[in-house]
Design a protein around this ligand. Structure first.
Ligand SMILES: NC(=O)c1ccc[n+]([C@@H]2O[C@H](COP(=O)([O-])OP(=O)(O)OC[C@H]3O[C@@H](n4cnc5c(N)ncnc54)[C@H](O)[C@@H]3O)[C@@H](O)[C@H]2O)c1
Length: 322
């Protein structure tokens, strides 16, 4: 694709589209050329804001784009992925890959058959403190990992009219949001071989809608792990702890997605507490995710969350819910 301008299409002009656009408009050699949404007014408004053309269908957008951001709710991905992969268009697909395992498998099949670039939006991989932890683990500084713990608590007000509370679209926290945390620990530790969990929902009118989850797992290397997450916690808290036989590292933050401090120690040694600078503490990872996807779309070989990572994460969520 060389140095030619990359024409990007946005499919799904909702909340997360704005986070992606903020990064995309800062990138050299990128033009937002098409916006697709089933809500024509939303497509028009976003298209106007970034100088793109509003399109009624993905098929219409295809001839005007070189890469696509698929930002629809998870139950409406299959048609777009079929059209985009058939046209060989690289796709950044928001997480979770799909709402359930059969759908995730169909999507993975489409992507494998097409062989075109496809990345799942597990944006937390680009949160700088998590990248530091990954470097610590890879360098063996924690030794052999024994246990990893992930806790993410916060409050998500779910308004009327949002797909998360529409019974025909809702998937619950374990499928939607925990996908970030499941992917994060797989990325840091390796494959999960056993997992089980308990979930609870605070919205009895929404059948099968969970917003609080507790899960435990064993990884392929024998490490044990746990996840605790809630959309109903009035206190926001974010932590990641890794305990190894040569050292422990704990990231902790005041906010659902922040990491304010990194505490490390070797067994028996004094703890070292590092307060993280604001730009690192609050970096959600969207900038790193954007440059990675654009490189992938331009044909570079870059490490990225693949469709297989997306599929595995949906399988893990399903096991927790089973
Ligand atoms: N990475 C993150 O941190 C993060 C944060 C929020 C949401 N998300 C993910 O982004 C996705 C969208 O969530 P959101 O909060 O932006 O939802 P949203 O409701 O704000 O936006 C979704 C948009 O998709 C449109 N849409 C629905 N069906 C469509 C179709 N068939 N074709 C085209 N457009 C269609 C809707 O009209 C809406 O404008 C979800 O998968 C969610 O999990 C990720």
């Amino acid at each position: 694709m060389g140095s030619r301008t990359l024409r990007v299409g946005i499919i799904g002009a909702g909340h997360i589209a704005h986070a992606h656009l903020r990064e995309l408009v800062q990138q050299p050699g990128v033009q937002i050329s098409a916006v697709v949404d089933v809500r024509a007014d939303a497509a028009r408004a976003l298209a106007r804001a970034c100088g793109a053309t509003a399109c009624a269908t993905v098929e219409q957008a295809c001839s005007a784009i070189d890469a696509a951001y698929l930002l629809t709710p998870p139950r409406v991905r299959e048609h777009a992925v079929a059209v985009l992969t058939a046209a060989g268009i690289p796709v950044l697909c928001e997480k979770p890959l799909a709402a359930d395992v059969p759908s995730a498998r169909r999507l993975a099949e489409l992507v494998r058959a097409a062989g075109s670039p496809f990345m799942v939006g597990f944006v937390r991989r680009w949160h700088p403190p998590y990248q530091r932890i990954r470097t610590l683990v890879a360098a063996g500084e924690l030794g052999r990992l024994l246990m990893v713990q992930r806790q993410r608590l916060g409050y998500l007000p779910l308004s009327q009219g949002n797909w998360r509370t529409d019974p025909s679209q809702a998937v619950g926290m374990t499928v939607e949001s925990l996908s970030h945390d499941l992917d994060l620990l797989r990325w840091l530790v390796g494959e999960v071989v056993e997992i089980e969990g308990r979930v609870v929902g605070s919205r009895p009118e929404l059948r099968d809608f969970d917003d609080t989850v507790l899960a435990t797992a064993r990884f392929a290397d024998g490490t044990i792990g746990s996840w605790q997450a809630s959309w109903m916690s009035a206190v926001e808290h974010n932590s990641l702890a890794l305990i190894g036989d040569a050292g422990t590292a704990v990231l902790s933050g005041r906010g659902m997605w922040r990491s304010d401090s990194l505490t490390t120690a070797a067994p028996g040694a004094t703890e070292r507490v590092e307060l993280l600078a604001e730009d690192e503490a609050a970096d959600m990872g969207f900038a790193g995710e954007t440059t990675t996807f654009l490189a992938l779309a331009r044909g570079e070989q870059v490490e990225h969350p693949t469709v297989e990572d997306g599929l595995r994460t949906v399988e893990l969520s399903a096991s927790i819910l089973s």
